[in-house]
Design a protein around this ligand. Structure first.
Ligand code: COA
Length: 254
């Protein structure tokens, strides 16, 4: 599918979010394509590393709101949850290149990447509360763990964006670069990784992650159940209705 491009070269699979006219917002078909690409990459000996990237001006505006309303995720096997489990359990190194806005899942997916390179225009945000929703992708567990509780509360309760330098300071990104160089730096780091022994990469990643893996998957399930329920409740309906009608939401009566 053209909204998600995949390309394998020199042991590196590059997955590109390619829907710039809709700010790389992600439809269920795109989640399905990314989940399939990750499953394929996990089992393909020709792929040793995966790079996830967007464009120089936009990483992702998160879920495609219209698609989400028309096809709300129905259960654990829905494309969005398949993608989230695939990224959380992906056994080989995952490198992300992020420029411009990274909204909602555009930010939360990064907590499952091993190395993250950001353009100096990157703006991370997790505005779930502002949408009448709750965190997903185990971000309610991983964000407080990485940022500390109070900064996590700022990011998740206020839902305000934070920029690349702040992300660097808390350890969410490895390096901040000019946007024109971000994808190519991520690519050269991925090639460096791809030249290393794959068995050591996989075992090292497994050992680093094993202490929290079960907890991450359990948190994702619990968040997923709450998120799916809250999508049908009045606060989310008001928030999404306001987005579609290009007005400010009014939660005062809810
Ligand atoms: N779902 C569906 N369409 C989206 C979208 C989304 N998440 N994000 C942006 N778009 C659409 C806009 O509606 C707009 O469509 P139009 O040209 O028909 O009006 C187009 O993409 C361009 O977006 P625009 O808002 O004009 O771009 P911008 O550069 O001013 O702002 C963002 C970019 C990402 C900051 C802004 O689009 C945004 O905040 N999007 C919503 C993000 C969000 O709430 N995501 C969470 C979903 S759970």
């Amino acid at each position: 599918m053209s909204d998600i491009l995949t390309h394998v070269e020199a042991g590196v699979m590059t997955i590109t979010l390619n829907r710039p006219e809709r700010k790389n917002s992600i439809t269920s078909a795109m989640y399905g394509a990314m989940a399939d690409a990750l499953h394929g990459a996990a089992g393909d000996a020709a792929v040793r590393v995966v790079v996830l990237q967007g464009h120089e001006t936009i990483f992702s505006a998160g879920n495609d709101i219209g698609d989400f309303l028309n096809k709300p995720p129905a259960g654990r096997d829905s494309p969005v949850f398949r993608f989230l489990r695939a990224i959380a359990t992906f056994p080989k190194p995952l490198v992300a290149a992020v420029c411009g806005p990274a909204v909602g899942v555009g930010t939360t997916m990064l907590f499952h990447c091993d190395l993250v390179y950001a353009g100096d225009n990157a703006a991370f945000s997790m505005p779930f509360v502002n949408l009448g929703l709750c965190p997903e992708a185990a971000s309610s567990l991983l964000v407080p763990r990485m940022l500390g509780y109070h900064r996590a509360a700022e990011a998740l309760l206020l839902g305000e964006p934070f920029m690349a330098e702040a992300a660097l300071e808390v350890g969410l990104v490895n390096r901040v670069l000019p946007p024109t160089e971000t994808n190519s730096v991520a690519q050269s780091i991925a090639r460096k990784l791809a030249a290393k022994p794959i068995s050591s990469l996989i075992e090292t990643k497994r050992l680093m992650k094993q202490g929290q893996q079960d907890q991450v998957l359990a948190q994702m399930d619990e968040e997923g159940a709450s998120f799916a329920r809250m999508l049908g409740e009045p606060a989310a309906k008001e928030a999404f209705g306001a987005f579609m009608e290009k007005r400010k939401p009014d939660f005062s009566k809810l």
